[in-house]
Design a protein around this ligand. Structure first.
Ligand code: DAH
Length: 345
């Protein structure tokens, strides 16, 4: 019966390998318990193999018995280790190292600057009326900035806007109006453009002035453009931008490049016309300068003033943003303080 010991040792080796694999593959407590019952249980494969030791030739019995005990030991150790590992994983799941009760980490959100928003909205509204958005140079010649716009250099209007000179005849534009001349020089009527951009003046930085500030210029030129079309375009804009209940009025004014000229006022959005500090107790806020294009400007750019007429306007989006949000000091809009700007994000 020499074969009995050898075949039993083989059987033990096989069940040790299978048992360790079954224990190692058990992904949860239930599977591990199944493996324990199958290999180490009272009716398991190891008990069965051990029961066969009695059939082995007596002199080989101690060796086979030792081997069987070693297998039992190996399976028990593996079972213990697997059970500890599963318990630890369970504990992790019950008490995760991430504390879900903590407030979430804040993600920073970018926002469009309130002045940029005003510009975009104005461009959209006039865009619906056929105006296209164009840009022009901030470094400008005195010819486009003043002369072409009928502002003679020795006229008080040229001093009215304290100018940054870069060189003889070269300046930082004091308004976006020079683009009127550039656009008309470059194209034939009909013209309908909107020009947002920065303008520069040697003004102190105070609650209502900034040395660099946005403007939006508008220009419409064609045959038969009259004051009625002009007024209705502005009224359409005011209703859409400020709301249908906002009233507007045209107040006679003077600009060298428009004749007649008018300033456009709207009822104060803070007090709705009854008078407050924003509107200096008048109930009205001035939002733009405007008028019918002066024939002298058409002559300067080579348009026939007998054939064409047009209107032009210029507004300050920062001032409009201040009115819209009740911001008392223009500097707040230009200092880049994120705590302030975040409110509008
Ligand atoms: N350029 C003027 C300014 O800076 C604003 C202005 C007034 C523009 C009347 C116009 C206009 O086009 O017709 O104060």
């Amino acid at each position: 019966m020499t074969g009995t010991a050898a075949s039993l040792l083989e059987r033990l080796a096989q069940l040790e390998g299978d048992g360790l694999a079954a224990i190692g593959n058990a992904g949860n407590g239930e599977a591990l318990e199944d493996a324990r019952v199958a290999y180490l249980g009272r009716n398991g494969v190891l008990a069965d193999a051990m029961g066969a030791i009695g059939t082995v030739e007596p002199e080989r019995r101690p060796a086979v018995g030792q081997r069987a005990n070693a297998v039992k030991q190996a399976l028990s150790v593996a079972l213990e280790a697997a059970s500890t590992a599963l318990a630890a994983a369970d504990a992790d799941a019950d008490h995760p190292t991430i504390d879900l009760t903590l407030p979430g980490r804040r993600t920073w959100r970018g926002g469009v600057h309130p002045v940029t928003r005003v510009i975009d909205e104005i461009c959209e509204i006039f865009g619906d009326m056929g105006f296209t958005r164009v840009q022009g140079p901030e470094i400008e010649t005195t010819w486009y900035n003043f002369t072409a716009l009928n502002i003679s250099l020795d006229h008080p209007a040229a001093d009215m806007m304290d100018t940054f000179y870069l060189d003889d005849g070269v300046i930082l534009r004091t308004h976006t109006s020079p683009m009127q001349a550039r656009v008309m020089e470059a194209s034939e009527p009909p013209v309908r453009v909107l020009v947002p951009g920065l303008a520069y003046r040697r003004d102190s930085f105070d609650p209502s002035h900034a040395p660099a500030f946005e403007q939006i210029e508008g220009l419409a030129v064609d045959e038969g453009v009259d004051f009625v079309e002009f007024r209705s375009a502005i009224q359409t804009f005011v209703r859409r931008f400020f709301g249908v209940d906002t009233k507007s009025r045209f107040r006679p004014s003077f600009y060298p490049f428009t004749e007649p000229s008018a300033e456009v006022d709207v009822t104060c959005s803070v007090c709705h016309g009854s008078g407050c500090s924003t509107c200096k107790r008048t109930g009205w806020i001035t939002i733009m300068g405007s008028g019918m294009v002066d024939p002298a400007v058409f002559e300067a750019v080579g348009y026939d003033p007998e054939r064409y007429t047009g209107y032009a306007f210029g507004m300050g989006p920062a001032r409009i943003a201040m009115v819209r949000h009740g911001i008392p000091d223009m500097r707040l809009l230009y200092e880049g303080d994120t705590a302030f700007l975040e409110q509008f994000a």
